[in-house]
Ligand binder design. Structure first.
Ligand code: PEP
Length: 255
């Protein structure tokens, strides 16, 4: 197994945080701190901050992502944003299937797949999230669930399109809770995700797919988590809202 076959991607997920002024200040503070990163640096921001983020990151190594998109190109879907709308703005990434979307907004494995396909078709790179709840883990379903969610999310995604997919393993019990999976649990979960990719696309292809860990990753635990063979990056919530903390994680991802 060779980590060098896949790029390390460190992505911030700002969730529903930061008004325009705050976003501007955070990005300005972050820019010099991550400028010499050798990993991919992404900030996924609320729709209302996309334009600001795109403007302020022009000519830098920071890529901009959205936190969701709809699967239809256009139409009577009040309040929704299509993948095309994002890509024509210059947005590069989109997060799909975050557990908060699954938990609060009725996101299902089917809609995660539809959104993923639409985003790929629009030319976006997708960070697709999978993860088990504490109950599912305690019942012993972690492997089954992660493999199922991964395969469902990737249904009808071609091996070529897979180059634009990053998968984030985010145990639901570790998101925003301050409880981090141990480095071994993260490695194991990411390994299940990679195994699911291998079952569909073959082992050689699976070795090239970036699988992030997400769930209370921070400046203190990132080194250990990112040192694991199956952990190719991080999806970072809370710690991405503080420039020095995010920069520390980016530095760990650049080693
Ligand atoms: C996330 O939002 O994807 C996340 C992992 O959040 P946190 O880092 O705050 O747990």
């Amino acid at each position: 197994m060779n980590k060098e076959l896949r790029p390390c991607v460190i992505a911030g997920n700002w969730k529903m945080n930061k008004n325009r002024l705050e976003a501007k200040a955070l990005i300005e503070e972050m820019k010099p701190l991550v400028a010499d990163a050798s990993c991919e640096v992404v900030i996924c921001v609320p729709y209302t901050n996309l334009e600001t983020a795109l403007e302020l990151t022009k000519g830098t190594n920071i890529k901009v992502g959205a936190e969701n998109c709809h699967f239809k190109k256009s139409g009577a879907y009040t309040g929704e944003i299509s993948a095309e709308m994002l890509s024509e703005m210059g947005v590069e990434y989109v997060v799909i299937g975050h557990s908060e979307r699954r938990q609060y907004f009725g996101e299902t494995d089917q809609t995660v797949n539809l959104r993923t396909l639409a985003a790929l078709e629009a030319g976006l790179k997708v960070i697709v999230c999978v993860g088990e709840t504490l109950e599912q883990r305690e019942l012993g379903y972690t492997e089954t669930l992660l493999k199922f969610q991964t395969k469902m999310a990737l249904t009808n995604v071609t091996a070529d399109q897979l180059k634009n997919i990053v998968i984030a393993y985010e145990p639901v019990w570790a998101i925003g809770t301050g409880v981090t999976a141990t480095a071994d649990q993260a490695d194991e979960g990411n390994g299940y995700v990679r195994a699911a990719v291998a079952e569909v696309y073959g082992k050689a292809v699976a070795e090239t797919v970036t699988v992030q860990y997400g769930g209370s990753m921070n400046a203190g635990n990132c080194d250990e988590l990112l040192s694991k063979i199956n952990v190719d990056g991080g999806l970072i919530g809370g710690a991405s809202l503080k420039a020095p903390d995010f920069a520390t994680i980016v530095k760990a991802g650049s080693k």
